[in-house]
Design a protein. Structure first.
Lengths: 439, 337, 234
């Protein structure tokens, strides 16, 4: 029970910190932080499933989050009819060529015995498939990109409610994870790490450069929302009377109200994922996963198919990350491929998991909150600190200017240090896993 | 015949020369990764940022020398500054080893823990580099720019296509030949070098033979730092210095090391050239090249480019996946899998 | 007093004790062999002598000096050499380099010792430029023994040197081991092939469940009907 008290205490401190920001900075800021804390917590849960349950090191969190973001855009934006008529057929045919190429390659991989001939044949199938694909898709995509490039120039999406994108984002991420996992799991951990690093760079490169799909760096803005718009609220009768009754400014309150709606939605997702994760962890499946993690050799001897289990858990974790990625894009209301930075999306999440407590879902959630909070607050804090350090210097000394300008980069260093210190001195995290790891 | 020569000149200028230079730079990076892997048995994610760190100090020393008016004539001043960069970088990685990795070595921690620790070191290193020199492009090359200018080549040969070779490219190749020869001499002929190989081969037996593990590890880090700084400086001279680019080099560097067989120095070099040539050949637009060799009516409107340069990292990735699928130990057998 | 003695050793790998009051000794220039059924703690006893396993009772004395608290590396410096059962060569290094690594701590001329090793194992001289990993099992064992001899040890410890080699190779290896002993080096050896090993042993130790069961000269053990029945297959 003592540990339960400690956990409640830790979460209360976190809540108090957010309330503190609300009181002394602004409630708008506090709620923005809270919303991103919630999303970070979901993402951290996804990584924790992979790392904490199975010891898999995924360095491509960014890519899986970006798949979620892509889903949010593709589901919610209305289709651009002109673009579809310009190149839709080509893209669809291209998709079929892609699928049949992959199927042909996989078929020959499965059906033929291991030999140089097989490798050669598969490479041949892929190369031929690629050339046919390019010859069909290239004219189609350039036609699409020519359709009113200033505002569209892409196919658009399905025009469905954006909430639907959350599970779809999970599926997108899960599909990518399946392919990467299929190839690299079962080999050294390093290979999975490097492969995930690579796939995430490629996913983001696709998002940035395939204008016909995502408008690339021109961004897709104004995604539809699952919650009311501020303007709409400010015009509605019930909202005005509500804000009057609370004695709040209706403009400020409308933006707070919207953020609260988001927070509600995110909390629901967080609770569902958390509940499922806890349930899974306590199930025979979860026990088996941890047994494998703690002693791969003996689990192997017991006849467990470790690679298949790892694949399962890798896909599940990536699905959760994908959902969180879709939620994030929903909150932003836009898909901006250039914002996908590995430091922000991969390594920050890792700090959350390690600091929170690998293997413990509550720990991952707490880590998500704490680290995001400090990530946001580190910037004013760092500036303030630099100001203090350099206050003795001449106002226009170049060193002082450089130091203040560079304060932002201190965040990276601080996060790195936190990761190293946590790994070294508190490897089990703020909320450690309940059953000790055997060594 | 002349068309054929023109086509060859064109290909040399845009594929052969850049790929040799890029491959040499990757080779040095991959050698560092593979050495650390062979001795310490983990993939060092901080290597890209270590390259940036060493290069940064080389740049700072270069600026200082330039401000003093010191230069090497036609060669870049950075060559003179290189020892400074190597020294600072070596001290830095030794400090990192003492403060971070040593603890896990004593514990005989799981390799994945080292991996995560190296990510932490990467973060910190990246932060230090950005803090000191900023995240933007830095130019530090001086001296003469070209060994052969395209225009001179054209007047010399009378061809309509020229080959230009930059000083940085020539310098890269010469430096890499010297460095690699020295490294292999060190590993194969000296007592310390042999003890490193022995340690990499069979750690327990090396200990039984009285090889001092602390010394082996320290020498490995110093070599890795030297290789990283040289690779980073050459890359920076050839292209430009930007911290984020060095982080992105991680993927082709790892791909080179794995394609060649992790832990195998010779493999790292071979892997680097495989990656460099594939990357440049796949992203080169062959339209003009084909124009010389094929009859005009065969040419379509396209650029004849297999893959846009935006996706050059995808090339390393795909080669990496192919190797992992078909030959996970690499072309030359490494200690991996 | 024996040249090497592990006296009343009790200990294990941290969990339950594996060795119980076990005593092993080797004389100068003689061959001592540890035999016994699977799981009898034969290798463990040897590792305890070499310091690869902590003993909480008993002591190890080499040439009159108590070395109980020395690390294995320090024991190497004192003149002990150990040939592990598996991974006992540097596979990607040449035979010659393997031998050089054996002599890593020595600063004097090592090539005389190397010639002696080549004399003992002529095949190694032939293959000295070849990587140890490419050799046959028997040849690899020779490299392993050769590497250990390069330290010019006074005591050579071999953990099942004949595991996985053919009977002909085994006989040859044993012949070489006798030759090594004749040069004045003490040999302590763990063997699975009890009968052949006791044949060449000056002293034999039969261990059962980490305890000394029988201790006698090799010949006496071979002739003991009790030992023959239980451990030598009749």
């Amino acid at each position: 029970m003592k540990s339960a008290m400690k956990n409640v205490f830790l979460f209360s401190i976190m809540a108090a910190l957010i309330v503190f920001v609300g009181q002394y900075q602004s409630w708008n800021l506090a709620l923005s932080i809270l919303n991103l804390c919630l999303i970070s917590a979901v993402m951290a849960l996804g990584v924790n499933i992979q790392w904490g349950y199975a010891g898999l090191f995924n360095v491509g969190v960014m890519g899986f989050a970006a798949m979620g973001g892509l889903a949010a855009m593709l589901i919610s934006v209305s289709p651009v009819r002109e673009a579809w008529s310009a190149g839709g057929v080509g893209v669809i045919i291209g998709l079929f060529i892609l699928i049949s190429t992959v199927l042909a390659a996989v078929f020959s991989y499965k059906k033929m015995a291991k030999s140089p001939l097989r490798a050669l044949l598969i490479v041949f199938i892929c190369v031929v498939g690629y050339f046919i694909l390019r010859s069909v898709v290239d004219p189609a995509t350039s036609a699409i990109e020519k359709v009113n490039p200033a505002s569209t120039g892409y196919l658009g999406g399905l025009g469905l409610p954006i909430l639907l994108a959350w599970p779809v984002g999970g599926l997108f991420a899960g599909a990518v994870a399946w392919v990467v996992g299929k190839i690299t799991l079962g080999l050294r951990t390093d290979y999975l790490a490097i492969a995930t690093l690579g796939i995430s760079e490629i996913i983001v490169a696709v998002l940035k450069h395939e204008d016909w799909l995502t408008r690339g760096v021109k961004n897709v803005t104004g995604l539809s929302r699952p919650v009311p718009y501020e303007i709409g609220l400010q015009k509605s009768e019930w909202f005005l009377s509500l804000s009057q009754r609370l004695g709040a400014n209706h403009v400020t309150f409308s933006s707070i109200f919207v953020k609260l709606c988001y927070a509600g939605l995110f909390t629901i997702v967080l609770l569902i994922v958390l509940w499922l994760s806890e349930k899974a962890l306590r199930s025979p499946w979860g026990r088996m996963m941890r047994a494998i993690r703690d002693n791969e050799v003996s689990a192997n001897a017991m006849g467990k198919d470790i690679t298949a289990r790892h694949l399962q858990v890798f896909v599940l974790g990536s699905i959760v990350v994908g959902i969180a990625g879709a939620m994030l894009t929903t909150l932003d209301g836009q898909l901006t491929p250039s914002t996908y930075q590995p430091l922000r999306f991969t390594f920050l999440i890792w700090v959350m998991v390690i600091v929170g407590g690998s293997g413990n879902n509550w720990g991952a959630v707490l880590g998500g909150f704490v680290i995001w909070f400090f990530w946001i607050e580190a910037e004013p804090l760092g500036l303030w600190l630099m100001d203090l350090i350099t206050s003795g210097m001449d106002a226009d000394s170049p060193l002082r200017a450089h130091l203040i300008e560079s304060a932002a980069h201190m965040r990276l260093m601080t996060m790195g240090l936190i990761l190293l210190l946590a790994l070294r001195f508190s490897p089990r995290g703020l909320i450690p896993e309940k059953v000790g790891r055997h060594h | 015949m002349e068309d054929f020569l023109n086509a060859f000149a064109l290909l040399s200028n845009f594929v052969l020369v850049p790929a040799i230079a890029y491959g040499s730079q990757l080779a040095l990076g991959a050698l560092g990764v593979t050495l650390v892997f062979g001795i310490l048995r983990f993939s060092n994610f901080a290597h890209g940022d270590t390259m940036a760190f060493g290069t940064m100090f080389t740049i700072l020393a270069t600026w200082w020398l330039q401000s003093l008016g010191v230069n090497l004539g036609p060669l870049p001043t950075a060559l003179l500054a290189l020892p400074v960069g190597i020294l600072v970088c070596a001290i830095y990685v030794l400090i990192c080893d003492r403060m971070v990795y040593k603890f896990y070595r004593k514990q005989k921690a799981d390799p994945v823990i080292y991996l995560i620790a190296s990510v932490g070191v990467m973060f910190v290193t990246n932060g230090i580099v950005r803090f000191i020199i900023g995240p933007d492009d830095q130019n530090f090359s001086d001296g003469q720019r070209f060994i052969i200018k395209a225009r001179d080549f054209k007047t010399m040969t009378g061809l309509s296509e020229g080959i230009s070779i930059k000083v940085s490219q020539g310098l890269t190749v010469v430096t890499v030949i010297i460095v690699v020869t020295a490294l292999f001499w060190f590993l194969n002929k000296t007592r310390t070098g042999k003890s490193m190989r022995a340690y990499s081969d069979n750690e327990d037996l090396a200990l039984l033979s009285g090889i001092n593990p602390d010394k082996v590890v320290a020498v490995t880090w110093i070599l890795a730092a030297a290789l990283a700084t040289i690779a980073g400086t050459l890359y920076g001279l050839d292209k430009s210095f930007k911290p984020f680019t060095y982080f992105q080099l991680l993927l082709p560097i790892f791909a080179s090391a794995i394609v060649g067989g992790l832990g195998n120095p010779l493999g790292a070099i071979a892997g680097a050239f495989v990656i460099a040539f594939s990357e440049i050949m796949v992203t080169y637009a062959y339209k003009r090249f084909a124009g010389y060799l094929l009859p005009e009516e065969w040419l379509s409107g396209g650029l004849l480019q297999l893959l846009s340069t935006d996706y050059k990292f995808a090339v390393s990735f795909i080669i990496l996946l192919l190797v992992l699928l078909f030959r996970p130990t690499g072309i030359f057998k490494g200690t991996g899998v | 007093m024996s040249y090497l003695i592990g006296e009343n050793m009790t200990g294990g790998y941290g969990g339950a004790d594996i060795l119980h009051d076990c005593t092993i000794a080797a004389e100068k220039g003689e061959i001592a062999v540890i035999v016994g059924p699977n799981g009898a703690g034969k290798s463990t006893a040897m590792k305890a002598v070499f310091g690869m396993l902590k003993i909480h009772t008993g002591r190890v004395v080499l040439d009159g000096e108590d070395i109980t608290n020395l690390s294995p590396q320090d024991r190497v410096a004192k003149g002990m050499a150990f040939v592990p059962q598996t991974s006992n060569v540097f596979p990607s290094m040449s035979v010659e380099e393997n031998l050089e690594m054996g002599a890593f701590l020595r600063r004097d001329d090592i090539y005389k010792t190397m010639d002696q090793v080549f004399e003992l194992f002529p095949i190694l001289k032939e293959k000295r430029k070849q990587n140890a990993g490419e050799l046959s099992g028997g040849q690899r064992q020779q490299v392993a023994v050769g590497r250990a001899l390069m330290t010019q040890p006074k005591l050579l410890m071999l953990d099942e040197p004949t595991a996985g080699v053919s009977p002909i190779v085994m006989d040859e290896l044993f012949d070489r081991i006798i030759e090594v002993a004749r040069t004045g080096i003490s040999i302590l050896m763990v063997e699975q092939n009890a009968r052949q090993a006791l044949n060449i042993a000056d002293k034999g130790y039969v261990l059962v469940q980490g305890r000394n069961r029988y201790t006698d000269t090799g010949e006496a053990l071979m002739n003991d009907p009790e030992v023959r029945k239980s451990f030598l297959g009749g």
